[in-house]
Design a protein around this ligand. Sequence first.
Ligand code: GAR
Length: 195
Amino acid sequence: MTAVPRLAVLGSGKGSNFVAIQEAILAGSLHAQIALVVSDWPDATILARATAFGLPIATLPPSPFRTKLSPEGETALVELLRAHEIEWVILAGYMRVVKEPLLSAFPNRIVNIHPSLLPAFKGLKAWEQALAAGVRETGCTVHFVNRDIDAGEIIAQRSVPVLDGDTPETLHARIQVAEHELYPAALARVLQPGT
Ligand code: GAR
């Protein structure tokens, strides 16, 4: 185990949570290093942002499924992470269900952020689910990943109000502001317990 935890960040989209984590590392509030940024989409913005920070990137080969990797793809991902001596797998907008053998390769070392106050609104577009349900409060959750979708042990949560006139876009933007504060702070607690 190295002194500075080696993280891989996995993302499928624009990577704003990745940026928040990397900026916390650069600011010294999160003692870790991002040793690899991985996306399942070669044109994902997260990869361009990682390159702009000078971080190593990798793209997963195409999967026959949209919401998960094939078993062979998941095995190749584990090999990629091992080749980079990754210790923690940080999901940041990674839109595939994590399966074996990745789960067993990193027991209690895969962390996710979800845009709701779990256990409410699991699954896709949780902010749209919150709007449709008419709740006055939603938020975001950082949690450990296990075989059950969005159901692993909760590490930290932050609530945000749902305002009159909110659209999916305005609500998600408000949740993302909370995510960018919560995720680096929650990771600091998990990576350096007791500090
Ligand atoms: C975030 O809001 C994250 O909570 C959500 O995707 C967005 C990624 O944004 N994740 C999920 O919905 C996972 N089920 P980002 O690419 O800008 O970090």
